[in-house]
Every structure is written in structure tokens, then in C-alpha cells.
Design a protein around this ligand. Structure first.
Ligand SMILES: Cc1cc2nc3c(=O)[nH]c(=O)nc-3n(C[C@H](O)[C@H](O)[C@H](O)COP(=O)(O)OP(=O)(O)OC[C@H]3O[C@@H](n4cnc5c(N)ncnc54)[C@H](O)[C@@H]3O)c2cc1C
Length: 489
């Protein structure tokens, strides 16, 4: 019998496993899929492993803390990569802006492309974004799930800071107040999509995402983002964690309001504590007994999904690690995604050159280029030929050759099949209102003793660092509870 059973070996599950095993608990992970990493997956195409999920690591100190709890460090386990420039944004009028690792270099690129006034306004917006991050990080991201009571308990100094986080204005309004240039507005609006939200309704607080990437930095990982999941799994195993791949959990057993075990292949595995890294919708709809389902909140609107393709693209000298090609009217993309709930006819297209960003190898004169367009979570209209719009935009912008081939692709429906009950949503719930942070399920399920949540659909939300933090928080709450003591009896 394990002290703790973890359902899923995504980032949240692996982080929880490490923290719990490092605290001396016996931990077993059951993973439905054939590999660890969850959405940070990879596919091997003609001998080259290509990432199919996240392409950018922010807040690496969170990953570092997970490794540190096991007596190692992020730097010892993976090699971070910092390509220069990191991002290139292409606008429909031909303007180009580069994002560099040093903020001053990014501002210089804006100055050169759009003028002094635009650069000054951008800097002003980032100053606001920094202030918001510093005011909210501890209260909303790096600790337990916020509640109105907990926020009140922070005291007058924190209240004053929190009164200035633009929670009651939309992100779009905040961006428009700070920045006049439409191209810069679009660049900043894209950060709402980093957690699958609508810039027109998301709270201005999400401006902090721009600071996290532009101010604090973003990295690749040599060998690909999936390598980070492999490093976490290796570390967990060294601590004695048992990881069983291809072992979907079929149900969680609950007696008298407490977790007593999980069902795998028709067999019960007894435990006093379960950390669920699967989406909360999957937990409620497929894993919990009917009577227990209302303990988990699943009413938050889902974040966006996306179509992903891997192109075998002719190598070119002017390719940058990450590129975004904007359509003629980017704001229309949000109306398409969130009002009309369909895939934009003219989408912004994101590419990641996996060689430059993550040191992935190439195939001679062609290289793997991860390509993505945003789409609504299901149910939504299926445009059929998903690749067409992406390819057209990239060819028109001169970013790929007309005869570059699509080697692999996955649409939102296929993503939902791989991760059931997610609707293909990439980041769990969207943050489309000021109350989103309070509606996200906490890491401990109240009403079911011994049940904990870790992952993008729980606090503090989606994206690699936040899912890792979710796993850490779930582990800390589990260790502070009586669940492990009960299991040991
Ligand atoms: C295309 C794409 C691009 C992205 N880009 C970025 C990016 O650049 N930067 C960033 O920070 N984030 C990005 N993200 C988001 C990020 O990848 C996710 O937020 C994060 O990886 C999710 O981690 P998680 O802990 O929620 O677990 P998940 O990845 O959701 O994994 C959950 C695991 O649970 C398993 N599971 C489910 N049900 C069961 C069951 N019944 N029994 C056993 N196992 C089960 C699943 O198989 C899965 O392995 C991207 C995601 C995608 C898909």
C-alpha cells in the first residue's frame, strides 16, 4: 500500500510526487499514457524527437525549487537554452519587433521599428506589469488558493498593493491606456492567450504575464521541453517513486467521506491519499463516485485549445527561435474564439524552430518547426483543413517555403481524446473575469478527506511553472493534513 497515489504524470503530478517522496512518503504514480509529461509530450518524426506541447519555460525558479526538494537543482538536471533574439513578431504592415533576453534590447528593437514614443509607452506598461506581478505573486500564485478571507488576512500593506492590480478593468483597457500603437497593443494582448483567456474580458491583472516573460525571462531546454518531464520523472524514481505508465485509473474509492483507494484494471490499490493531476472535469465525470462529484467545482469556462503542426521546413538563416505572424486584424481573433466559438479564419500563427529554441536536431536541409494556431475548446466548429490557414499566413509572410511539408498535426478533438474531459483546453480554466482566481478549485478538495488536486485545472492554473507550483502546493497541503497518517494505520 502506498501512502499516496498520484493520478497522472504531467508536471503537477510529477512535482507532487517529488515533494511527497522527499518528505518520506511512499508514492505511486499511475499514468494513462505511454510517456510521462502529459501535455508536454513529444513525437518522433523520421528519427527526430519534436515537442508537441509547451515550447517556452518561464519562472524556472519554481522548477528549481521542485528539484531542490530532492537535493538537486534544475541546472544539474537540464540545460537551459537562451536563443537570441528569443521572439520575432511580424505585423501585417511589414513592421518587425524582436524580443531579446535583456529588456533594454527589446526596447531598442521597438524604438528602431516603431519609434521612441512607442518604446517609452511599452516600458511604462511593463512597469505596471512588474508592479502587478510583485503584488500578486505570493497572494495568488505561490501560496494556497486565494479566498476573500485569506486576502483580508494579508493586512493593510498588501491590500494597498492589491488595490492597484487592475482587477476590475479589462486587460485590453489597461493595454490601450498605456500604449497607443496598435501593433504593440496586439503584442501585449497575446499574453492573454498564454493562459487561454480573452483579452477583452480578462482582468488587467493578467498584464503580469508580460512581465514574467519579458522582464523575468523565458528559456528553452536543450533536448526539448519533454526533457524537463523526463528529468522530473528520473528524480522522482531516485526518491523511490513508482511510476506505472499505460495504467489509467478507472475510479477513486471513497468510504465515509474519505479516500480509501483507486481502481486500476479492475483492481483496488489501497491508499489514504490521492493527488489527481488529471483535469478536474475528468475527476468529476469519470473518477469520483456519483455522490461525491459535487465536491469538485467544474463550472469555470475552459481555456482555449489549439491546432499544432510540425513542419519539415527548409532551413533558413533568418529563422528565429519563436515567431508570431499577426493577421490583418488580430483583435478579431478574440471575437472568433470567444464570441463565435470558432477557429479564426485569419489566425495569428506562432512558430517555434525546435532546433534554435531547444537544440533539437534537424533532417539535413530541413528542420522541425512547431506551428500553432489558437482554437476554442470543444464543442466548436471543426474547420476541416486546419493546416491551410497557418501555411498560407506563413508563406505570405515569407516564413516558410510553399513546398515545406506538414509532418505531423493534432487538432483540438484529438487533444481531447488524449486528455479526456478537457475539451482539448490547453490550460485548464480560462481567467476571463476578475473572480477567476477565486473560482479555480483549491489544491485540497473540501468534503473528501484525502483528495488533492495538482495541475492546470486547479490552483494556481495552467502553464508549466504554475502546474509545477500546483503540484508543490498539493503536496504541502497533503503533508499538513491527516491523510497520510490515516493511510499508515
Ligand atoms: C500545444 C501546447 C502548447 C503549450 N505551450 C506552453 C508554453 O509554451 N509554456 C507553458 O508554460 N505552457 C504551455 N502549455 C501548457 C502546459 O503544457 C500545460 O499547462 C501543462 O503541461 C499541464 O500540466 P498538468 O500538470 O496540468 O498535467 P497534464 O499535462 O494535463 O497531464 C495530466 C496527466 O494525467 C494523465 N491522466 C489523465 N487521466 C488519467 C487517469 N484516469 N489515469 C491516469 N492518468 C491520467 C494524462 O494522461 C496526463 O499525462 C502548452 C500546452 C499545449 C498543449
Amino acid at each position: 500500500m502506498s501512502d499516496v497515489i498520484i493520478i497522472g504524470a504531467g508536471f503537477g503530478g510529477l512535482a507532487a510526487a517529488i515533494e511527497l517522496a522527499a518528505s518520506g512518503r511512499s508514492v505511486t504514480v499511475f499514468e494513462a499514457g505511454p510517456r510521462v509529461g502529459g501535455k508536454a509530450d513529444e513525437v518522433v518524426i523520421d528519427g527526430v524527437a519534436c515537442d508537441t506541447g509547451p515550447t517556452l519555460l518561464t519562472l524556472p525558479e519554481i522548477a528549481n525549487r521542485v528539484f531542490q526538494s530532492a537535493g538537486t537543482t534544475l541546472a544539474a538536471e537540464v540545460q537551459l537554452v537562451r536563443p537570441e533574439p528569443a521572439f520575432r513578431y511580424h505585423f501585417p504592415d511589414g513592421a518587425v519587433i524582436d524580443v531579446h533576453h535583456a529588456l533594454e534590447d527589446t526596447l531598442e528593437s521597438i524604438r528602431a521599428g516603431l519609434g521612441e514614443r512607442a518604446a517609452a509607452q511599452f516600458a511604462k506598461h511593463l512597469e505596471r506589469a512588474r508592479r502587478i506581478w510583485e503584488a500578486t505573486a505570493d497572494a495568488f500564485v505561490l501560496g494556497p488558493a486565494p479566498t476573500p478571507g485569506r486576502v483580508l488576512g494579508l493586512g493593510p500593506r498588501a491590500w494597498w498593493s492589491l488595490s492597484r492590480i487592475d482587477a476590475h478593468r479589462t486587460l485590453w483597457d489597461v493595454i490601450c491606456e498605456d500604449v497607443e500603437d496598435e501593433r504593440l497593443r496586439w503584442l501585449l494582448a497575446r499574453y492573454a492567450t498564454y493562459n487561454g483567456s480573452d483579452v477583452r474580458t480578462a482582468p488587467g491583472t493578467l498584464a503580469c504575464i508580460a512581465w514574467v516573460e519579458l522582464g523575468l525571462g523565458a528559456w528553452g531546454i536543450h533536448g526539448g521541453m519533454h526533457t524537463l518531464a523526463q528529468a522530473l520523472a528520473r528524480t522522482a524514481k531516485q526518491l523511490g517513486v513508482q511510476i506505472h505508465l499505460n495504467h489509467p485509473v478507472e475510479g477513486i474509492e471513497i468510504r465515509h467521506g474519505s479516500v480509501t483507494g483507486v481502481q486500476v484494471a479492475g483492481k483496488t490499490h489501497a491508499t489514504g491519499a490521492v493527488v489527481c493531476n488529471a483535469d478536474v472535469a475528468h475527476l468529476a465525470e469519470a473518477l469520483l463516485p456519483t455522490k461525491a462529484r459535487q465536491a469538485v467545482r467544474t463550472d469555470a469556462p475552459k481555456s482555449t485549445s489549439g491546432w499544432v503542426g510540425i513542419l519539415k521546413a527548409k532551413k533558413r538563416d533568418d529563422r528565429v527561435a519563436h515567431e508570431v505572424v499577426f493577421p490583418p486584424n488580430y483583435l478579431n481573433e478574440f471575437a472568433e474564439l470567444f464570441d463565435r466559438r470558432r477557429t479564426p479564419v485569419e489566425p495569428a500563427v506562432y512558430t517555434c524552430a525546435l532546433g534554435r529554441a531547444h537544440g533539437r536536431p534537424s533532417w539535413g536541409d530541413t528542420e522541425p518547426v512547431f506551428t500553432m494556431i489558437n482554437a476554442p475548446a470543444l464543442p466548436a466548429e471543426d474547420p476541416g483543413d486546419w493546416a491551410r490557414a497557418a501555411r498560407q499566413r506563413l508563406v505570405a509572410a515569407g516564413r516558410i517555403d510553399r513546398d515545406d511539408t506538414l509532418a505531423w498535426s493534432r487538432n483540438p478533438r484529438e487533444l481531447e481524446q488524449q486528455y479526456p474531459h478537457t475539451g482539448g483546453a490547453i490550460y485548464g480554466a480560462a481567467s476571463s473575469s476578475a473572480m477567476s482566481a477565486f473560482r479555480r478549485p483549491a489544491n485540497r478538495v473540501s468534503g473528501i478527506e484525502g483528495l488533492f488536486l495538482a495541475g492546470g485545472s486547479a490552483h494556481p492554473g495552467g502553464g508549466v511553472p504554475l502546474c509545477l507550483q500546483s503540484g508543490r502546493q498539493a503536496a504541502q497541503e497533503l503533508l499538513a493534513s491527516t491523510a497520510v497518517t490515516r493511510a499508515a494505520k
